[in-house]
Design a protein around this ligand. Sequence first.
Ligand code: ARG
Length: 476
Amino acid sequence: MSATPEGGATPWSGRFERTPERFQQRFGASLPVDQRLYAEDVAGSIAHARMLGAQGVLSREDVDAIVSGLQAIREDIEAGRLQFDVASEDIHMAIEKELVRRVGEAGKRLHTARSRNDQVATDARLFVKRRVQEIVALANRLRATIVDLAEAHVETVMPGYTHMQKAQPVSFAHHLLAYFWMVTRDVRRLRAAYDAADVSPLGSAALAGTTFPIDRRATAAELGFSSVAPNSMDAVSDRDFAADAIYACALGMVHLSRLCEELVLWSIEEFGFVTLDDAWATGSSIMPQKKNPDFAELVRGKTGRTVGDLVALLVTLKGLPLAYNKDMQEDKEPLFDALDTYADSLVAVEGMLSTMRVNTERMAAAALGGYMAATDLADLLASKGVPFREAHEIVGRLVLACERSGRRLQDLSAAELTAACPDLGEDALAALDIQSVVARRTSEGGTAPERVREQIAAAGASLAADERWLAENPPV
Ligand code: ARG
């Protein structure tokens, strides 16, 4: 530590006889990370200053100087004209310091009835609200693309798998729509995180509230918060909204990762179900023939990091006594990273889906293999009174016979079927038609084309509801 030169390097210089050394400054600083909260910080400070003015705590002139000073600072940051003083610990101190440099006295009054503890909680909540809305918009774009693809592929038949073994044929639209509903639930979780963030901590001050006659409802309303946190200690130490947002992103990434795993599989030669657009693939520096699905792999790979972000925040919070603890400064890196990674991954997946070529004939050919009509044959027997377990056994023997003779179930003649079981005849041949296997699954939520069309309508309605939510909650 070195002696304080002019006694003004930190806001706490009154109590300290020395200013921080370079290492301590760097270790303690969050400015490189939290500077992206500048717009929220300026908005929070303006609301706070105006409220102090309305309550008679600050004079009109001071409020005017603070507000116009802060607005100019925001403009300068946005125009790239302002370099923050690297000695500032965080964005809150950097902006305040710059304000004091510009407007003097009045700037020094801004921190009345406030602490960085309620300030940072306010900024982070505003940030989460804004970013969640941007991400919901991106998720909705992906959902719209899935619906478009589904509309085009209601009648496209592909193999459905369990254990990665061919199981029963399905409509490609049905398969894709499974991801629509996953992303729909992710949007629901994002909206829950938005609601969790939509509570104002401002006015809680350091932890216990303040002696000044503040109006917390006024600042909450100006900043677009729906309510005011009821407990000042909880307000400054609550990061549930950040955990909720990261969880929504992490699970959203898990879903995108599953889809990307399928895109990788589907684009290998052995499958050939889809061909990714050149824009969403890369080549090899040594093997001239290669076309690699890097972007799908990267989304899959980045998923691990977002899960790590969730674990990082939860573990950071688990041992913290009330109220604010500096540990909490570590919340922003995982929060920003999870939101950014998920936002970018939504863009990448939407890009891949909207530009890929769907090789319907490869899917149809693959759907002919794997004895996927076997269940329907057993169902047919069961519907004629053969106990299902026996029917299963009879069809199992037929599959074994086909496997031995290198044939498909559809290759069997009516006579061979009848020989296996007198209840099987011409109607069994009809049951083996793969299109009809799909069409027969008319149970609610099933893969039959009419059910898939119903599903597309429901998906459209669900998407419209989330679009309305975005329109009704414009960013403040
Ligand atoms: N940079 C700090 C953070 O991100 C701001 C709050 C600091 N408060 C304090 N009393 N040191 O958490």
